[in-house]
Write a protein that binds this ligand. Sequence first.
Ligand SMILES: NC(=O)C1=CN([C@@H]2O[C@H](COP(=O)(O)OP(=O)(O)OC[C@H]3O[C@@H](n4cnc5c(N)ncnc54)[C@H](O)[C@@H]3O)[C@@H](O)[C@H]2O)[C@@H](O)CC1
Ligand SMILES: [K+]
Length: 492
Amino acid sequence: MTAPNRLALLTPAQTAAIDSAGDVLAWMENAGRMAARAILRHWTPRPVLVACGPGANGGDGYVVARHLERAGWPVRVAALSPPREGSPAAAMAARWRGPIALFLPEAAARAGLVVDAVFGAGLSRDIDDRVADLLAAAPALAAIDVPSGLDGATGLAKGRVRAADLTIALSWARPGHYLLPGRALCGTLEIVDIGIPPAALERLELDAWRNAPGLWTLPPLAPDTAAGGGDSHKYSRGAVGVIGAAEMTGAARLAAGAARRAGAGLVTIAAESGADLYRTGDPGLIVDASPLSAQVVDPRRLAWVCGPGLPPAQAGEALKLLLKAGRQVIADAGALAACAGRPKRLRGVRIVTPHVGEFAKVFGRSSTSPDWRGRPDEVRAAAKAIGAVVVLKGTDTVIAAPDGRIAINTDAPPVLATAGAGDVLSGITGALLARGIDDFDAACAAVWLHGHAAQLARHGRSGDGVIAEDIAPWLGTAWAEAHALARRKALG
Ligand SMILES: NC(=O)C1=CN([C@@H]2O[C@H](COP(=O)(O)OP(=O)(O)OC[C@H]3O[C@@H](n4cnc5c(N)ncnc54)[C@H](O)[C@@H]3O)[C@@H](O)[C@H]2O)[C@@H](O)CC1
Ligand SMILES: [K+]
């Protein structure tokens, strides 16, 4: 993976490292000017209160105030406390000669818009009532960097954080802009260029990206006709095995159908029992009723989906056989239940796809609350512990590699919270692994294709009534759009 810089997500510590070696005064001026422009695009002229903190976030605020006033808007500045003497922020504060206001909720309530330049993303402690009360009184809010109190590394709120209508990120977004609850607190996110040279990123050890085409590349979906036909051809496109349950057959079917639509040449359901159930319908699906121990040694069936619809005991047995045979395994659902509290049992699998409840059970977290999205470091630690890619599913899916890289998915529609959607994801992932795509890239691409296909299904025909079966038919279009987007962005 050669990740493009535009998709990089920077933690506050990484930004601080950039700033320590850069022209902060010039960047602060650019940040304030570009933020003012974004505000001018989003709102009609109105009285503005710029709330400034003591650090560089406040410094940006003084610049915003100057540029909005120059544009003819009535502007007042309220300072929480003065910037440190000699700092870039103090230089910007000295250039503000317009009206000032007390740092009180009443001042915010009287304005038509409040600019939140109180704190940036690297807050060390919770925001206090003085800040929270003023921001809560704002009729509308534009936040610089992040809404004050939002932790840019984790997306968690430190104290009472007022949601912004517009958040202006500076040159690069942060993990916290996309992780819940941060994503919801940011409102519309705009990333503005503040002139930091891209070379500044070379000195950082980047480890987080937004999941989008360009982070990974896909081979063509359609078979290469020059590569020959027949069985060798089917296998060269990637053969996937799906472990079938004897009773709950829907999940394996969904996974298998998605693997086929995602370009696998051949998909087999391994059904030692219940084979007849799988043989009805889906004429292109191969059903193999021979003992699983014989099937797993077929060297052509490289990638296996283990878990959808399976009782934990069956999934656990199948997992053992697959790992012993050295197969590439995607462990989901029943296979995760089989490893509850015993993550080491997953060692040897390539990708695991838990939702938050399954993550908690496998990796021993007690919290399954919906706003716990598995902070990036915990997902990283889980991936490291089992030596496999962990896909923590949710509306802000986090994909972590054992080496510490993470990608955060940003545009999955809420309709994905539907029964069977996870089975579809594991099938897509299986197809990509079988095509020989690297584990982390396969997981990231599968998550994006899955979300994008669901978006297409929603806009195409199904609306908010999207069900799992609607997703796979859109994978071909999603695949083509991934190619088009990667190409367009590469051209600039
Ligand atoms: N490379 C970039 O992205 C650039 C970022 N800039 C700005 O720089 C900001 C970061 O600047 P700073 O590191 O100065 O951070 P802040 O502006 O968030 O300020 C931190 C200051 O607030 C104090 N503080 C922290 N938590 C507090 C709390 N709960 N209650 C009261 N005081 C508290 C700290 O002691 C420190 O003095 C970014 O948010 C951005 O707006 C630009 O000015 C320049 C370039
Ligand atoms: K802010």
